[in-house]
Design a protein around this ligand. Structure first.
Ligand code: HEM
Length: 507
């Protein structure tokens, strides 16, 4: 027999034995689910890569057939049971790790987000936490207000000139300018263009829309890093935009290290522009964390997470507020108690005291989902048990947020934007907020959640109190969650909300 024949027999035998093992002898063999998903990750590849971010809906269908626990690929389990959420995303007392395969797709090595073990994570995150406490965010609310002022001027001008406004770009410009100023100390000026910067999200979108391909082929991240920028531009324009962004952050990281080499630590610096990069490159940070690559990736993680998720939530919230008149009217009435004139400036701390406003923000978060992909946790030493099923240590296990946020048993008529549901629940003593899981829970809870809340409260309240707007060529299809590319995307293109300003409110 020829070498080729022997090789073919060898490959065939390998796959045959592997298939038998995965189906009958693997520690997850008893977990329900389709045989094909247990056999090969090609099942997930088909739905997420070929069909483009559709595995979430297949998982939803599989749960209806197989029940609340399923094996979604040969090595991973998904549970759809809100009461089990805290077992997965549990407190520090029970060791949880991130899944290295899932994390590699984002190419953010060395960042807090990409840390695998709790020790590694703690070491990186501890230097960031103080910048994102509630108090620290209250100290930098003026950055939000400065950007919001630019949006207000833009909307006033659009009213005069009857110009259509891309609100989604305005929101992405605001969230980007805020996080860039806070982290790197410079304002990229995304809100200074007449129609805002339409390209502000290009880099993040390139990363998010490639996320499934990169999950299967993380080597592409490395290859793209090797390619000269000119070549990359010809091969893939979006990847080029991303590479330019990262190279800019690299230079900023290198400059910060140089600048801060001999600096004495300043403990009161957390409300300064650029405070974060300076702190991360300061002398009290362990030496191995002070490299330009790490600063680039930590900075990139902050800028992507700090821009995309909140901007999308703002766009979704505005869509509903501009669509449902009685909600808008009720919100405006409530806001008048705090903002007697439309120009009155308000803070997150003040707005948080308004029950209807809180309901609006909660519904905005609930209906915008945030992170739509699976974000598995691994219990490396603990055997978990779900009903009659044993989940062995080392298994990636997740619960997609969308299924909780849209669970009709928790949120009746889940697709309806209904701020009152939060008020009704509070009156009955129900803790509905337990199920508002957008930011996850446990030690890996979203670092920027307080910043996200401050932006959502202040921006939505101010715009609704100051302007009358109507949607322009925007339907629910523009914001509906159809494709999962780590965050929800509509069927075609990107989420977008366009408006015309029909009035500037005077009283
Ligand atoms: C509505 C807005 C937001 C939502 C829904 C959201 C959601 C999340 C979720 C679910 C995670 C956990 C991801 C995982 O475990 O893989 C996370 C982590 C993270 N978020 Fe957010 N986020 C939002 C806004 C922000 C903002 C404004 C920032 C600004 C800095 C931010 C920074 C981060 C970072 C750095 C992490 C990684 C934390 C770590 O592992 O230590 N997020 N976020």
């Amino acid at each position: 027999m020829s070498l080729f024949t022997w090789l073919s027999i060898g490959v065939f035998a390998y796959y045959a034995i592997r298939s038998i093992y995965r189906l009958y002898f693997h520690p997850l063999a008893k977990i329900p689910g389709p045989k094909l998903a247990a056999l090969t990750s090609g099942y997930e590849f088909y739905f997420n890569v070929i069909k483009g971010g559709m595995y979430i809906w297949e998982i939803e269908r599989l749960h209806k057939i197989y029940g609340p626990i399923i094996r979604v690929n040969p090595r991973e389990v998904h549970i759809n049971d809100p009461e089990y959420y805290d077992e997965i995303y549990t407190s520090r007392a029970r060791r949880r790790e991130k899944d290295p395969i899932q994390v590699a797709q984002f190419g953010l090595d060395g960042s807090s987000f990409s840390s695998i073990t709790p020790e590694e994570h703690r070491q990186r995150r501890v230097h960031l936490d103080k910048f994102f406490s509630k108090q620290a965010i209250a100290n930098i609310e003026h950055l939000i207000q400065d950007s919001l002022d630019k949006i207000i001027e833009n909307l006033k001008d659009a009213y005069q000139t009857h110009r259509v406004v891309n609100l989604d770009s305005g929101f992405a410009g605001l969230t980007a300018d805020v996080i860039y100023q806070y982290t790197f100390g410079f304002n990229p000026g995304n809100l200074d263009h007449e129609g805002f910067n339409q390209n502000v999200r290009d880099g993040a979108n390139a990363l998010l829309q490639s996320s499934h391909v990169l999950y299967f082929f993380p080597i592409l991240n490395t290859i793209m890093g090797w390619l000269p920028l000119g070549v990359l531009r010809r091969v893939n324009e979006s990847a080029y935009v991303l590479a330019i962004q990262k190279s800019d952050l690299y230079s900023r990281g290198a400059a910060a290290l140089e600048r801060n080499r001999d600096r004495v630590e300043d403990k009161t610096a957390s409300n300064r522009k650029g405070a974060i990069l300076d702190a991360l490159s300061g002398p009290n940070i362990p030496e191995h964390l002070r490299t330009p690559e790490r600063l680039m990736n930590e900075g990139h993680s902050l800028s992507i997470a700090g821009t995309e998720t909140t901007a999308r939530s703002l766009a979704v919230g505005s869509y509903y507020l501009l669509t449902i008149e009685h909600v808008r009217t009720k919100l405006r009435e409530e806001l008048k108690s705090l903002m007697p004139t439309p120009e009155t400036r308000v803070t997150w701390a003040e707005l948080e005291k308004l029950p209807y406003m809180c309901g609006v923000v909660n519904e905005t978060l609930r209906l915008s989902t945030g992170i739509s992909s699976r974000i598995p946790r691994i219990a490396p030493t603990e055997t978990l048990v779900y009903k009659n099923y044993v989940i062995p240590p080392g298994t990636p296990l997740s619960h997609m947020h969308y299924f909780i946020l849209m669970d009709p048993n928790i949120f009746p008529n889940p697709h309806v934007f209904d701020p009152e549901r939060w008020i009704r629940a509070a009156a009955k003593g129900e803790r509905l907020d337990r199920y508002l899981v957008n930011f996850t829970r446990g030690p890996r809870i979203c670092l920027g959640r307080h910043l996200a809340y401050a932006e959502l409260f202040v921006v939505l309240a101010t715009l609704i109190r100051r302007f009358d707007m109507e949607l322009y060529e925007t339907t629910k299809a523009n914001i509906d969650f159809v494709r999962d590319f780590a965050t929800p995307y509509p069927e075609k293109g990107n989420l977008s909300v366009r408006t015309v300003v029909t009035g500037v409110i005077r009283d």
